[in-house]
Design a binder for this molecule. Structure first.
Ligand code: HEC
Length: 93
């Protein structure tokens, strides 16, 4: 009884972990940028590789100027997550 409950709990948390990865960072960023009126078509709007990976992600290498700027804003504003809306204040290209 107790055992099957544990198995259930573990599988639920595994499922959530798997589901959380794509939902958290990726296409959502593009959507948020688009909703804010920016012409984001793909990951390279903010990233150097066409499909950035979470494993071994290095902001210095994997983010382009725009991505790095967003990350520096996150630090400046002490925010929990990057918000593509900030690009309104981005003066680079
Ligand atoms: C509007 C800009 C923007 C777009 C578009 C964007 N990203 Fe990102 N991405 C960022 C920034 C900025 C970070 C650094 C976030 C941080 O460390 O808080 C990041 C971080 C990541 C990371 C690092 C790990 C993580 O999840 O925090 C991955 C993986 C990633 N992006 C994948 C993608 C993929 C795949 C796409 C395209 C489907 C994409 N991103 C589109 C700005 C963007």
């Amino acid at each position: 009884m107790a055992h099957s409950k544990l198995v259930l709990l573990v599988s639920i948390s595994l499922l959530t972990a798997v589901a959380a990865v794509p939902a958290a960072a990726t296409p959502q960023m593009i959507k948020q940028a688009k909703d804010a009126g920016f012409p984001a078509q793909n990951c390279q709007y903010c990233h150097v590789p066409a499909v950035p990976k979470k494993d071994g992600f290095k902001p210095d290498v994997d983010l382009n100027e725009r991505g790095k700027w967003l990350l520096s804003e996150k630090e400046k504003q002490n925010a929990k997550d990057v918000n593509p809306q900030w690009l309104k204040n981005y003066t680079g290209k």
